[in-house]
Write a protein that binds this ligand. Structure first.
Ligand SMILES: *Cc1c(COP(=O)(O)O)cnc(C)c1O
Length: 408
């Protein structure tokens, strides 16, 4: 038994292990903390958050259309809770498949112009379930280097061989396929549609052509494109014509404003996943309130295309004001280098009344710690202008580090 640095008595090797790890993280500015945060929409103010008794305008929410606060969405969640209760009670394959699931899946498939859809407990769970169900022993998985953590996690759950291609580098992906495709039975290429920490988009049309020529199955994780690009349909609809992506994955937790994940695909693929995706089979279905909220949010997205374009317009006003590369999505990174610099910049903005969370390794590569600005429909033009002014006057950033949107 000994007394640790923090004064707490560490009694086991487990505690000693955790204390030592935490001390290392603290020294490297990589320790993280949960802060109680209440989000709200207040008249004339845009999206605000309350933290530690202070109020900020938030540029750190993925609730791009502010639908988590929308009266119709909240009412739908409340009504579903009254009708069906608070939980699904079991896996969807057992008794957890309440009637709202069918309606949501039909609507998602229609909106994404796919044959069918399946809803998972979250985006993270979707990727953990989909990837190993489709790629196994003797198969190849290709992943963009900056893909979301849960794409890598899903790939590791599969016995397939995994290769990582340089970020948005279609030629690199082609070279890997030229060399290796013939040695494998099936191949799956997975990429974010919009990269979550860089805000840039995958070259989805080029990737679709590459995949077609090598018989590779293309999967796009459009967590940050759905609801805000292509009139809400997502990044593969952003350049006008639809780019055919056979595996369109996404989340209900960002622009949809609630919680859950989904995949839109052909009917046989969806049927296979219902039988083989372990995160669907062995996890409880989403609560009825989440499914009902997603349905109500989807209604708004479909009927108000003018709402869906606003987050990108706000992001572009910001990048234009600062001379940064034009935003390709509502996410704008400002790369500052080390974790301490990013934390200091975040603190400075807090003092000005803006909440912009610093993003540090391992979420982003070493040396690319950054501020990540997320713009939403409720931000006013005045909010954005004042933010840009404070950033321009108070934060030292190098143009080279921010020369292209995929600065890492
Ligand atoms: C947020 C995110 C996820 C995870 O989705 P959740 O619904 O929050 O679990 C998956 N992929 C990407 C690219 C994301 O940004």
């Amino acid at each position: 038994m000994r007394t640790s640095e923090s004064g707490r008595i560490a009694v086991t090797s487990l505690d000693t292990f955790a204390e030592a790890k935490l001390a290392d993280l603290e020294r490297a500015d990589l320790r993280r903390h949960l802060v109680a945060t209440r989000r709200a929409l207040e008249a004339g103010e845009g999206p605000v958050v309350y933290r530690n008794g202070r109020k900020y305008i938030s540029f750190s929410c993925n609730d791009y259309l502010n639908l988590s606060q929308h009266p119709a969405v909240k009412a739908a969640a409340i009504a579903a809770t009254e009708t069906y209760g608070t939980g699904a009670g079991a896996s969807r394959l057992v008794t957890g498949n309440h009637p709202l699931f069918d309606r949501l899946e039909e609507r998602l498939a229609l909106f994404k112009q796919a044959e069918a859809a399946i809803v998972f407990g979250s985006g993270y769970l979707a990727n953990l379930g989909i990837i190993p169900a489709l790629a196994g022993q003797g198969d190849l998985i290709l992943v963009d280097a900056l893909s979301h953590a849960c794409i890598f996690a899903g790939s590791r759950l599969s016995p397939a061989e995994c290769r990582v291609f340089r970020h948005n580098d279609v030629d690199h992906a082609r070279k890997i396929l030229e060399k290796e495709r013939a040695s494998f039975r099936n191949a799956l290429l997975v990429t974010d549609g919009v990269f979550s920490m860089d805000g840039d988009r995958a070259p989805i049309a080029e990737l679709a052509a590459l995949c077609a020529s090598f018989d590779v199955w293309l999967m796009s994780d459009d967590a940050h494109g759905f609801g805000v690009l292509g009139e809400g349909r997502g990044s593969n609809f952003a350049s006008g014509a639809k780019v055919d992506v056979p595996l369109q994955m996404g989340t209900l937790s960002k622009a949809i404003g609630g919680y859950g994940g989904y995949l839109c695909a052909s009917r046989p693929v969806i049927e296979l996943l219902k039988t083989r995706a372990r995160t669907l089979l062995f996890a409880t279905g989403l609560p009825p309130a989440s499914v009902a909220a997603a349905l109500a949010a989807l209604d708004i997205i479909e009927h108000e295309p003018e709402l869906t374009v606003r987050p990108l317009a706000r992001a572009r006003a910001f990048t234009a004001e600062l001379g940064l590369p034009e935003a390709q999505s509502p996410i704008v990174p400002l790369v500052l280098g080390d974790a301490a610099a990013a934390l200091a910049a975040s603190k400075l903005l807090e003092d000005e009344g803006f909440l912009v969370v610093a993003i540090r390794p391992p979420t982003v590569p070493e040396g690319t710690a950054r501020l990540r600005f997320a713009f939403c429909a409720a931000h006013t033009e005045a909010d954005v202008a004042r933010l840009a002014q404070v950033v321009a006057e108070r934060i030292a950033y190098s143009s080279e580090m921010n020369a292209c949107p995929q600065s890492s």
